[in-house]
Design a binder for this molecule. Structure first.
Ligand SMILES: Nc1nc2c(c(=O)[nH]1)N=C([C@H](O)[C@H](O)COP(=O)(O)OP(=O)(O)OP(=O)(O)O)CN2
Length: 165
């Protein structure tokens, strides 16, 4: 029976600072603010006959690179059902509940997410990690994003998901 091992990566350096606001409904959102987000991951992989599951340095590098991509931006969701985002010269023009907000495009990341929440960030980063891990022997992958101590959202994938899909 193949032995599985679970690797946990939760490094102090796996963090990004971002501005955002969470949209709660078509008419309610919080004010613009920021967080120092931290990213952690769990990788379950078969150990093989060498007692070695996967080189966690590979995953450390991937997580750090993704954190660097997101660091020091205003993050806007591209797919929110409650707000529009259009390019307007050097700005993004955002309309939410009849009010207009403008953000410099060079300061802003427009991510393929529905809301700027920890759970949406976790799913986005999980998708990116799965893309980068394509073809590797992984049984499960989980990515968690914390917006501060004691509050995080996680997204998970299992090879079983694909097998039974
Ligand atoms: N399911 C979710 N709920 C909420 C999210 C989220 O991402 N997913 N995010 C927010 C707010 O953006 C965020 O929580 C506001 O900041 P706050 O909680 O006040 O952050 P702090 O680090 O200051 O936490 P304290 O408890 O105040 O120390 C709301 N809901």
């Amino acid at each position: 029976m193949e032995r599985l091992a679970t690797l946990y990566i939760d490094k102090e350096s796996h963090k990004f600072s971002a501005a955002h606001y969470t949209i709660f409904s078509a008419t309610e959102r919080e004010r613009l603010h920021g967080h120092n987000y931290s990213v952690s991951a769990m990788i379950a992989a078969p150990m093989g006959d060498n007692g070695f599951a996967a080189d966690y340095n590979v995953y450390k590098r991937r997580i750090k690179a993704l954190c660097d991509e997101l660091d020091e931006y205003m993050v806007l969701p591209k797919h929110s059902p409650h707000q529009s985002v259009v390019e307007d010269g050097e700005n993004y023009r955002v309309v939410f509940n009849g009010e207009e907000l403008q953000f410099l495009r060079s300061d802003t990341l427009l991510l393929p997410i529905v809301n700027a929440t920890v759970e949406e960030f976790a799913h986005y980063l999980l998708g990116r990690m799965l893309e980068e891990s394509a073809g590797e022997l992984i049984a499960e992958l989980q990515v968690c994003v914390a917006s501060g101590p004691g509050q995080k959202g996680c997204a998970s994938w299992s090879a079983m998901d694909d097998a039974i899909a």
